[in-house]
Design a protein around this ligand. Sequence first.
Ligand SMILES: [Zn+2]
Length: 123
Amino acid sequence: MRDPREDPPGGTQADPIPLDDASLLKAYYAGQRLPSPVGGFLDLLGSRALPDGSARLLFECNSSSLRYLLTVPKGTRRDREKVREQMKSGLDPHCPRCGPARTLIRAAGDLQCPCGALFGKAP
Ligand SMILES: [Zn+2]
């Protein structure tokens, strides 16, 4: 009998296929539609912040209905420095990844971008 843990992800809600592609993350930060690996586009269904500061994004492919998972890494030290510099100069900090169009919001004491990335404690 096969070990069920060796089965590839099924692409369902409970078992989405992980995406590991830096160009997809870049397109996501830029607010572009993400191409699906099987053709068509990926529609964002939801995002969830994880305790380690990263966020998981659940997508559905609009041509195959397969579910995919993209992980937004937590803000790096360099990202957090950029945010601090913006605040020092009196600006509302924006996301160092997404650019000036996305202002960071305070979420449970952290500065967070709508993209899901966290950039440390709010002052
Ligand atoms: Zn962002």
